[in-house]
Design a protein around this ligand. Structure first.
Ligand code: ADP
Ligand code: MG
Length: 153
């Protein structure tokens, strides 16, 4: 437990040191289990709503965060610490709302363009189509997959 707390403090500090323009609005750690996706989704929508993100941005943020958190649970575990939690952060950089989903695995996402008959492979395509910007960033603790939405035009 103490180890987990130390790791989370180091990761949080690392993130804000690397992004000095980012104001933190909220942070949540979720356990690696399917039930976590619903609470992560609510969390992102609530933070965006509390900070008065414009129009339908809270719902779009919720949808895209849901895709990234599902991916983090499906693909983002590491051999070293298979049960390591996933961290969801919401922040603001000027007019942009940034949602960042961190997992402990260093494999990076691959954008797929699913064909009409495929039943999966659309999550990141939706993130790409609806966000202002998205990407991933490797760090000493794993990687973050993130997106930005224009929330305070
Ligand atoms: N957090 C992640 N860690 C490692 N690989 C990922 C992660 N997120 C996505 N990927 C890779 O990118 C692919 C595309 O993801 P996505 O578009 O959400 O489609 P789907 O999840 O249906 O396969 C995944 O199949 C997986 O290989
Ligand atoms: Mg997916």
């Amino acid at each position: 437990m103490e180890e987990a707390l130390k790791a989370s403090a180091a990761l949080t500090e690392y993130r804000y040191t690397m992004n000095p323009g980012l104001s933190p609005l909220g942070e949540k750690w979720i356990p690696r289990e399917p039930g976590s996706v619903a609470s992560a989704r609510r969390f992102v929508r609530d933070v965006a709503t509390d900070w008065k993100a414009t129009r339908d941005i809270p719902e779009i943020a919720e949808l895209l965060a849901s895709e990234l958190v599902t991916n983090a649970l499906a693909y983002g575990s590491s051999d070293v610490s298979p049960m390591s939690p996933v961290r969801v952060t919401v922040g603001r950089e000027r007019e942009l709302l940034t949602v960042d989903v961190h997992d402990a695995c260093i494999a990076v996402p691959r954008l797929r363009r699913a064909g009409d008959l495929e039943i999966s492979g659309r999550g990141l395509a939706i993130v790409q189509d609806l966000s202002h910007n998205w990407g991933w960033t490797l760090n000493p603790y794993g990687k973050s997959v993130w997106f930005q939405l224009t929330a305070w035009p």
